[in-house]
Design a protein around this ligand. Structure first.
Ligand code: FMN
Length: 159
């Protein structure tokens, strides 16, 4: 059984793209040690992160992330236990908003921050999965590449 948290947050005003690269670089190291996987989308200065793994590991890391001064206004959009990871081959994949097909944004009714009162957890999850080109059905997600096939396949930016 694994736990999956999806949250949104707003980058602090001083955060620059290089800081996002630093976050990802550090996250790869730590997440690989803790068996955590997921995806981080950075769009219009908002973060959307999916973090998954053993419940205790997710809890400990999320508590650290929530206290990180590089972002604010954290809102948990989904917090569930589930059988299969959705990002099994990514210690922490990264997508920048500029890499997302405008058609994907449009199809999800994207708005700045995707306000929690308007977008359900399921909608945010579907949006994230689409942004990362992941299958939206949990059944098909088990067909994703195994961790043994490498762990940077979905890291779109060169670090
Ligand atoms: C948007 C965002 C996402 C982050 N994601 C992760 C992550 O997936 N894994 C991780 O280890 N740290 C992540 N961090 C960094 C953590 O907040 C924290 O700095 C790091 O885990 C170091 O924790 P420590 O105090 O235990 O050394 C993220 C930070 C931000 C701002």
């Amino acid at each position: 059984m694994i736990r999956r948290i999806v949250y949104s947050s707003l980058a602090c005003e001083t955060l620059v793209v290089k800081d996002v690269y630093d976050i990802i670089r550090q996250s790869h190291n730590r997440n690989s040690k803790n068996g955590l996987t997921g995806g981080l989308l950075f769009i219009d200065r908002y973060f959307y992160q999916l973090l998954e793994g053993l419940p205790t590991a997710v809890e400990a890391r999320y508590q650290r992330i929530a206290q990180d001064p590089r972002h604010t206004e954290l809102v948990v959009r989904q917090d569930v236990t589930t059988e299969a990871p959705l990002f099994a081959s990514d210690w922490m994949a990264l997508r920048d908003g500029g890499q997302i097909d405008p058609g994907v944004l449009e199809s999800h009714g994207y708005r700045l921050g995707m306000p929690a009162e308007e977008f359900s957890g399921e909608q945010i999850l579907a949006f994230l999965l689409d942004c990362f080109g992941k299958p939206t059905s949990p059944a098909t997600s088990t067909l994703a590449p195994a961790a043994s096939e490498g762990n940077d396949g979905n890291l779109a930016l060169t670090l």
